[in-house]
Design a protein around this ligand. Structure first.
Ligand SMILES: [Zn+2]
Length: 219
């Protein structure tokens, strides 16, 4: 039997927990279907979350409507809504507080092309946003600006956002970003390393386009 979108969101949220990419009630997950998005609830520890707790929101939902809801969406619903409104190619979003990506977000550094797999996120770097308080419209606008057309960004002093057309792929991107963030943090400790050039990254991006990187492992 096919799983419902609520079941899939629950499953991925728990996978984020077991893979150490989120903990407690941190992070959130959503999926867009037509004119609605389904998002993890506010205030329920992921460990105890059930499919029935996932909240369905209209893409046009506003603060007043949210204030009247008994079952509230994640406090970060603003940026999920705005990403879906501005990116027609995105149908799934994963937000993490994973340790290494979060650590780099505190350094407020972009992750440059130190490894060719950075191209997985659609460009030659993963950028870090300016700081805005969690759950705000201002943070949402910062995320939209920093993300641009790419599939990942860091949020200053907070964590990371991964976007994809597919939920499994968004989870895969979260795993890859955390691995790369770990490596980059180690390199920062050493202090000297060689970045790939723009030309080298352009070549990788082109190869990825024809090679079609998916949720499968890369060589
Ligand atoms: Zn967060």
């Amino acid at each position: 039997m096919n799983k419902s979108v609520q079941e899939k969101i629950c499953e991925i949220s728990k996978k984020l927990l077991t893979h150490g990419l989120n903990h407690g009630a941190t992070g959130n997950v959503s999926v867009r279907i037509d004119n609605d998005f389904y998002i993890t609830p506010s205030g329920i520890a992921t460990e105890w979350m059930e499919a029935k707790d996932v909240v369905k929101c209209s893409l046009l939902i506003d603060e007043e409507e949210v204030s009247r809801m008994t079952k509230k969406p994640s406090s970060e619903w603003h940026f999920h809504q705005q990403v879906y409104q501005t990116r027609s190619d995105v149908n799934a979003i994963v937000h993490t507080h994973s340790p290494y990506a979060s650590a780099i977000s505190v350094l407020r550094k972009n992750i440059p092309a130190f490894h060719y797999m950075i191209a997985l996120f659609g460009g030659s770097e993963v950028r870090c946003s300016a700081y805005e308080i969690f759950g705000s419209r201002e943070l949402s606008q910062e995320i939209i600006k920093t993300l641009g057309p790419l599939k990942a960004c860091l949020i200053a002093n907070h964590g990371a956002v991964l976007v994809s057309n597919d939920l499994e792929n968004a989870f895969y991107l979260a795993q890859e970003l955390e691995h790369l963030a770990h490596q980059y943090l180690e390199l920062l400790k050493i202090g000297s390393f060689t970045l790939l050039s723009e030309d080298e990254m352009t070549e990788v991006l082109l190869k990825f386009k024809s090679y079609g990187p998916s949720s499968q492992a890369q060589d």
